[in-house]
Ligand binder design. Structure first.
Ligand SMILES: CC(C)(COP(=O)(O)OP(=O)(O)OC[C@H]1O[C@@H](n2cnc3c(N)ncnc32)[C@H](O)[C@@H]1OP(=O)(O)O)[C@@H](O)C(=O)NCCC(=O)NCCS
Length: 228
């Protein structure tokens, strides 16, 4: 869950009660600059503070120096056909980030069915016929000025990952550039993504492409049981 506005202890307790009523489960609560009351409420319900989640932004297109090599060729994700291989790659890439790495076929199917899903914005890079990396973009054509800060559509790198067997070879950089180039070609002037505050490799990559941190959310995690 994500709070766009601060919540009272009573509102938080109500949200937890509704999770319990739905059978409980693991909870991640993203909150921007939590108040003391919110920290206390999270702690009281057994949630612990994790690394922050940073919101990084950039202008699009990226600087002209950020180009991919001519022989770096991707293909679109093929819904249905690619689901299992992609989930396996996602799990390998995000082994240290379970909130992304533990996606199931059901979660993937839900995302693929979202109205914003566009296979042409979901890039797959293969090595010797096997998926080695991906960059999944998402266009926010919202009018939620509140979200974007400027009220204009934004292009997001929704999920990006490289097989650990291929880390450090330039694939992450090429995939990020590919994703943002696609978004820029679609007319978007603002790029953004969310990244865990302790994900040094990714943050360094994004900063090297000219992204900067706009703000961050604190993240509280825990398990809410069905029974109070
Ligand atoms: C982040 C990730 C995509 C980078 O992919 P990669 O192919 O290994 O990265 P590249 O080889 O293209 O490196 C690009 C830049 O990233 C940074 N970088 C990559 N690995 C790094 C590391 N271990 N430590 C510090 N910086 C690192 C560097 O700035 C590097 O540029 P340089 O080679 O000029 O120094 C990859 O580590 C990954 O899949 N991680 C797990 C999934 C993930 O965290 N995704 C991002 C979520 S927002």
């Amino acid at each position: 869950m994500r709070s766009h506005e601060h919540v009272s202890a009573a509102e938080f307790a109500e949200a937890i009660a509704s999770i319990r009523a739905d059978g409980g489960g693991s909870v991640r609560w993203f909150v921007h600059q939590p108040t003391a009351e919110e920290v206390a409420a999270a702690t009281q319900h057994g949630l612990q503070r994790e690394a922050s989640l940073l919101h990084m932004r950039c202008a699009l297109p990226l600087g002209a120096q950020h180009q991919v090599a001519a022989d770096f060729v991707t293909r679109p994700f093929r819904p249905g056909h690619d689901n299992e291989a992609w989930l396996a790659l996602n799990a390998r890439a995000f082994a240290a980030h379970p909130e992304q790495g533990d996606w199931t076929l059901e979660v993937l199917a839900e995302r693929l069915a979202e109205p914003w899903f566009d296979a042409n914005g979901f890039f797959i890079y293969e090595v010797a016929g096997a998926m080695a990396g991906f960059c999944w973009t998402k266009v926010h054509d919202h009018t939620h000025a509140h979200d974007s800060g400027h009220g204009e559509p934004e292009g997001e790198i929704f999920v990006i990952g490289v097989d650990p067997a291929h880390h450090g070879k330039g694939l992450g950089r090429a995939l990020t550039i590919t994703g943002f180039a696609h978004l820029a070609a679609a007319g978007l002037r603002h790029g953004m993504l969310y990244v865990a505050g302790n994900n040094t490799a990714a943050i360094k990559l994004y900063e090297s492409l000219g992204m900067s941190t706009a703000d961050g959310d604190d993240v509280f995690v825990g398990v809410v049981s069905q029974y109070a």
